[in-house]
Design a protein around this ligand. Structure first.
Ligand SMILES: Cc1cc2nc3c(=O)[nH]c(=O)nc-3n(C[C@H](O)[C@H](O)[C@H](O)COP(=O)(O)O)c2cc1C
Length: 206
């Protein structure tokens, strides 16, 4: 049995393109793999807290020395990291906001990227501790940032996600970009048709 972590990060519910596509992927996946388990969080509708001073103190203090306040401050991070490590595959739907990820998803990243929990620092640099996972990111974007397009250099979303998840050890990452959504109905329909094909192909090969 495979355990999948499914995170949505748009606040737009049924109007969210990224959320709809990820939901379709998960639905089709579950139909083909009924024994698999899906753990779901909607970060867009139920944002998690940002890290704060107590969180940082807790993360850099050995657990045996935690005061009740520090234990409480790091509790959500413990839950999210345990969930991340327990799951085998990740399906994340992430809109592009201001050329990057929505702040709710950044808040999630800040909670799970934690020294000696999801990565460690060695003489050779960072070593990821989240190994053997597969990750699918479905983005939704108003513009187009494909390689060689005029806006390619402005994509701070996919390169950032690849870098930060590589750092914690997740290297098998697939991206599906529902892009060009604000570029007229015809372009939007054309891009969404192409995305449906990409999703169908990935359902076979993932
Ligand atoms: C606050 C905000 C910022 C956005 N910034 C960008 C952007 O920088 N680049 C872009 O291509 N689209 C941008 N968009 C458009 C969204 O990526 C697009 O509407 C997408 O469909 C949102 O995802 P969702 O449909 O899953 O909610 C932005 C939208 C919002 C609401």
């Amino acid at each position: 049995m495979t355990k999948i972590l499914h995170l949505d990060s748009s606040p737009r519910g049924q109007h969210s393109v990224s959320g709809r596509l990820a939901g379709e992927f998960i639905g089709a996946w579950q139909a083909a793999h009924p024994d698999d388990e899906v753990v779901y969080r909607n970060l867009g509708r139920n944002p998690i807290s940002h890290i704060d001073e107590s969180w940082i103190m807790a993360a850099f203090t050995p657990p045996a020395q935690h005061t009740p306040d520090l234990t409480a401050a790091i509790q959500l991070s413990n839950v999210l990291i345990e969930e991340l490590l327990e799951c085998d595959r990740y399906v994340f739907s992430i809109p592009m906001y201001n050329l990057s990820v929505p702040s709710v998803f950044k808040a999630y990243i800040d909670q799970i990227v934690r020294v000696n929990c999801t990565f460690k620092v060695t003489e050779n640099g960072y070593e990821g501790l989240v190994n053997g996972k597969k990750m699918l990111v479905i983005t939704a974007r108003g513009g187009i940032y494909a390689d060689n397009s005029p806006m390619a250099d402005f994509d701070f979303q996919a390169p950032y996600l690849r870098a930060i998840f590589n750092l914690i050890g997740v290297t098998d990452i697939s991206f599906i970009h529902a892009d060009g959504l604000s570029m007229g109905e015809e372009a939007r329909d054309r891009r969404l048709n192409r995305v449906q094909d990409e999703i169908s192909a990935l359902l076979e090969s993932w």
